[in-house]
Each structure stands twice: as C-alpha cells, then as structure tokens.
Write a protein that binds this ligand. Structure first.
Ligand SMILES: Cc1ncc(COP(=O)(O)O)c(C=O)c1O
Length: 368
C-alpha cells in the first residue's frame, strides 16, 4: 500500500497532554491541565433543551440538505446577523476546522497571511492543501501597509489563539475596509468572539457588507459544544458558495442532523437561550477573574497586549513550560504558536484560563 503523505503533523499539543497525564499518574498528584482549549468552568446544561427534540422523525433520521437545515440557518441569521443576510449565504459545517479546510480547498489565492502568533492547525491545513502562506506581525502592521496584502488572503482571529487578545472592533472594521480596497480576501475566523457576546453584537452584519469577507464560525467554544462538531461559513460570493456546496457534499455528504437540531433549539427556544446565556455568563465571569489574578500577580506577558486587551480563553504567561510544571500546571510552550523573530518563544507559555477559579488559585497561588 502506498500512502500520499501530506507532510502535516498530527497535533503536537496532543503529545503534551499525554506527557501531563503520565506525570500525574507517576506522581499520583493532580495537575491543572491548561494545555487544551476547552471551556471547563461549567458545562452547558442541555437537559431542558433536548426535551424539545423529537428523535422519531424523518428530519432527524434522514440526510439533511447538503449546506445545512434551513431552520438552523434562519436561527444563525437572527442570532449572528440580526436577520440582515440571506440564508443561502450561510453553509453549515462540521465545526471550525472543517470550515477552514473547505475554505482553503475552494479559495484560489496567491498567498494566505496569518498572524505570527497563530493557531498551529492553520499551517497544517495549508500543508494538506498546498496553500502558499506567510505571516503578518500584528493587526497594526497590516493596517499601516495594506498594499502588501493586495490580491491575497488574510486570516483575522479575534480574540486570538494563542494570546487571547482582542483588538478594537472599530479598528478591525477599518482594517477590513482597507483590505477590501486592495482586493484582499479576509477570512474572519472567530470561534472565541461569541462566548463574550450575545445576539446584540452586530459586527458580523457589518462584515457581511464586504464582498471579500468570509466568516468562519464554530459552536465549539462559544457554547461549549466541541463534541457536536458544528459551525458555519458565511460568504456573499455565489461562485464560492456553489463550489463550497459541492465540497460539502463530496466530503461528508452534509452535516449531522442531531447537532443541527440541537444547536437550532439552543438558539431559538426559551430553554435553549437560557442554557446558552447561563453558560456564557458563568464562563466569562470566571475567565475575567482568572485573568485579573494573573495581571495582579504580574504573571501575564504584557508585551503581547500592547495594542489589545487580554480577553481569553487563552493568555500568554511570562513563564516557561518547564517552570509551570514544577507547580503541576500544564501549559503549551509558545514555540508551538510563534514565528516571531524578536522573542524567545521558550520563555513563554500559553494557558487556557477557562477553568474554575478555585482550582486556578490553588495551583497559581505559589507561582512566583
Ligand atoms: C483559531 C481557531 N479557529 C478555529 C478553531 C476550530 O474549532 P472547531 O473545529 O472545534 O470548531 C479553533 C479551535 O481550537 C481555533 O483555535
């Protein structure tokens, strides 16, 4: 058997998780696992919402339309776009990773630019699709030199992974407008934004007015349902959407119906809305407290938050991975996420701050 090797790496962060589990097993002691990007302050309570779902129906048991079920698209239009866009411009995907993979399959672009502090999966997706790529330093650096990105593609991830930093929305919108004039495609990869916001957030309605913007969303982080594998892509470009539908058909034959019905109920029913809002409120309050603790104790790497604010669900600490291990705190060294030339990535680590405050304090209180 001969294999086509993409050259992409199986998630390197998985290896860290295994190492941490082994250390915990060997020592018989609990470790605070902040290496993974999962909201673990609370889980979303689905008990009441699932009562609204009838399993014994054709729509539950048969194929859903390839680009997604209309009631879910309508709910997304209301929740994310204040009902200002067309449902057929929304395509349902199996989460954000699937969405990005499909976008890179469909886009013909001279180069995709990602921030030099980036989510590692982007580079692996580029490898798989043979997508040419490069790095930009920061939002400010594109803002100052938009011409450099003419006729190319820029990924904006805000709040960012790994820094968890958030730039000003007005500035981001101005940036998108500048890039539109350069005929730059913007992939707005925003799985973290909506954890901190509700349906009154109208940024996506504004972004939808730019023909070159592709929005890539996920329900993994914003409502804690990474297990359901659900997200969506928004684009006004008809050719893009047509090719995307073909790729959706021949990659997964559409998307799981249960996940679609569940998320629809979470967005439209009273029980669902309450579950979502409780989840967001409890999670974000604790994230805020955990970040405040790190700032107070001068553990945050301020250099990454000069023109933006630490929002979460991640932050970067001024501590190496090995040092945090002494306190039984699991993190990921920044070299997994950085192409910056002016820093030593091994001196920093990324942690997920979306964990219960009491656990966080218990492990961090002695970190100096
Ligand atoms: C920046 C970024 N985009 C997209 C995703 C995709 O998440 P999912 O595939 O769970 O929807 C992640 C997940 O960690 C992420 O960090």
């Amino acid at each position: 058997m001969e294999i086509i090797k993409s050259g992409a790496k199986y998630s390197a962060i998985v290896g860290i998780g295994e190492e941490l589990k082994q250390l915990s097993k060997d020592s018989g002691k609990k470790y605070l696992m902040l290496n993974r990007g999962i909201n673990r302050v609370t889980k979303i309570n689905l008990t009441e919402t699932v009562k609204n779902i009838d399993f014994d129906t054709e729509k539950m048991q048969f194929y859903a339309p390839t680009t997604g079920m209309f009631p879910l698209k309508k709910a997304i239009n209301t929740e994310f776009f204040q009902s200002t866009v067309k449902e057929d411009e929304i395509s349902i995907t199996a989460g954000g990773m699937n969405a990005l993979n499909l976008i890179f399959q469909v886009l013909n672009t001279r180069k995709v630019y990602v921030q030099s502090l980036y989510w590692g999966a982007y580079l692996n997706l580029f490898k798989i699709q043979n997508t040419p790529y490069d790095f930009y330093h920061s939002i400010q650096s594109i803002y100052e030199n938009p011409e450099e990105y003419a006729n190319a593609t820029v990924i904006i991830c805000d709040p960012n992974n790994p820094a968890g930093d958030k730039s000003d929305d007005a500035l981001l919108l101005k940036l998108v407008s500048k890039l539109e004039k350069q005929n730059t495609t913007v992939i707005w990869d925003g799985p973290y934004r909506r954890l901190f916001m509700d349906s009154s957030d109208n940024l996506y309605s504004k972004l939808a007015q730019f023909p070159n913007v592709i929005i890539c969303e996920s329900f993994s982080k914003s409502i804690g349902l990474s297990g359901q594998r659900l997200g969506f892509i928004y684009s006004t470009n008809e050719e893009f959407n047509t090719e995307l539908a073909i790729r959706l058909l021949y990659s997964g034959n559409g998307i799981n119906t249960f996940a679609q019905l569940l998320v629809e109920q979470l967005l439209v029913s009273e029980e669902g809305k309450k579950a979502v809002s409780d989840f967001k409120r409890i999670t974000t309050q604790v994230i805020k407290k955990n970040i405040a603790f790190l700032i107070e104790n001068k553990l945050l790497a301020d250099e990454f938050y000069q023109n933006s604010v630490p929002k979460g669900i991640f932050v970067i600490l001024k501590k190496p991975y090995q040092e945090l291990l002494k306190y039984r705190i699991g993190s990921v060294p920044l070299n997994y996420f950085s192409q910056r030339k002016n820093i030593d990535p091994m001196a920093y680590s990324r942690i997920c701050v979306s964990v219960p405050h009491a656990d966080f304090i218990r492990f961090f209180k002695s970190v100096k």
